[in-house]
Design a protein around this ligand. Structure first.
Ligand code: G4P
Length: 299
């Protein structure tokens, strides 16, 4: 078993890519660039908004206006995503569901960013400055869709804005119409490695590289979760009947149905595991949200 301890529910995924040095560097980069923007756009995975959030972003960003993008909304349960939007609203944050690959929700996002920056841009005008576009930066953990969103917003053809004096390093800005300028620098944040439930959700969705944990164990945990929460997704995709078998028997059944076999008819477990992960991550098992929405405290 690779670098991993396991009990019935959790795995211990080592933070191989994220040494304290990396974290400090990432934090410093965000802080350096913070001064140049009006709004920080935090990209979360709509299937796992809690698990894909950076544990200290709120502190790093301080009082700067923040806006949430629930990206990969095409892969998440629509009803649950709506509940997340309400949850963030109760926290005083705007959240916009987006599919960065197809571009769904990006128009609403641009409008929301402009709204979020308006108090600052209006104030500048009141103090005699010329009206200008809202400036924002996009932050998020690896693989959450930062590059896809920047590409989508810029329409693939990036209209560069001249270098600005007073910025700490040569930065490229992308102009998005009259309303918005985007820092062409996806700010990479580290996820919640210490939170075991979050680490597991990050592994299920592919946010953590598959070679830092034991794929076999993670797939069994994923199957267990799907069997409990959305058994119909497994029955439909793999033509299985309820009651579904458990654990390795379920993996066997899926492997057989999908023809993941070695010579002699034995199950090719590695192949079956890859089929399941790929089906889950691409939405072929349906739109499935993993993080539960916390209760909104009544006021
Ligand atoms: P990053 O910059 O934050 O690291 O993420 P990036 O844009 O590279 O996206 C990571 C993967 O997530 C890519 O898939 C990308 O296509 C996919 N992705 C990004 N946004 C969305 C979305 O809204 N919906 C869906 N379904 N997928 C999204 P990949 O398989 O790694 O690469 P590719 O071959 O699909 O490009």
């Amino acid at each position: 078993m690779k670098n991993m301890m396991q009990n019935d529910n959790i795995i211990d995924i080592p933070s191989l890519q994220w040494y304290p040095g990396h974290m400090r560097k990432a934090e410093r980069l965000v802080q350096e660039n913070l001064k140049s923007v009006d709004v920080v756009v935090e990209l979360l995975d709509a299937r796992i908004p809690m698990s894909s959030a950076n544990p200290v972003l709120r502190e790093i960003v301080g009082g700067k206006p923040r806006l949430i993008v629930l990206n990969k909304a095409d892969l998440a349960d629509e009803y649950v995503t709506r509940a997340w939007v309400k949850y963030y609203a109760a926290e005083g944050l705007s959240a916009v569901p987006v599919d960065a690959v197809k571009g769904k929700g990006t128009k609403e996002l641009v409008q929301a960013i402009a709204r979020c920056a308006k108090p600052k841009t209006d104030k500048l005008v009141q103090h005699g400055a010329k009206p200008r576009a809202a400036r924002c930066m996009i932050l998020g953990i690896p693989n959450v869709g930062k590059s896809s969103l920047i590409n989508r917003l810029s329409g693939g053809t990036k209209t560069k804005v001249e270098n600005r004096p007073g910025v700490t390093r040569a930065k490229q800005w992308i102009r998005l119409g009259a309303q918005l300028e985007l820092l062409d620098m996806p700010g990479i944040l580290w996820p919640k490695f210490e939170d075991q439930q979050a680490a597991l959700h990050l592994a299920f969705t592919g946010a953590i590289n598959d070679n830092v944990y034991d794929v076999g164990s993670v797939v069994l945990l994923l199957l267990n979760r799907l069997r409990e929460d959305t058994p119909q997704s497994l029955c439909t995709r793999y033509q299985l009947d309820e009651p579904l078998p458990e654990g390795i028997d379920l993996l066997d059944a899926i492997g057989r149905k999908r023809g993941c076999l070695r010579a002699g008819g034995k199950i090719d477990y590695e192949k079956a595991e890859q089929v399941i992960l790929s089906d889950f991550r691409s939405g072929r098992l349906g739109r499935i949200s993993l993080d539960a929405v916390p209760c909104i405290p009544s006021v």
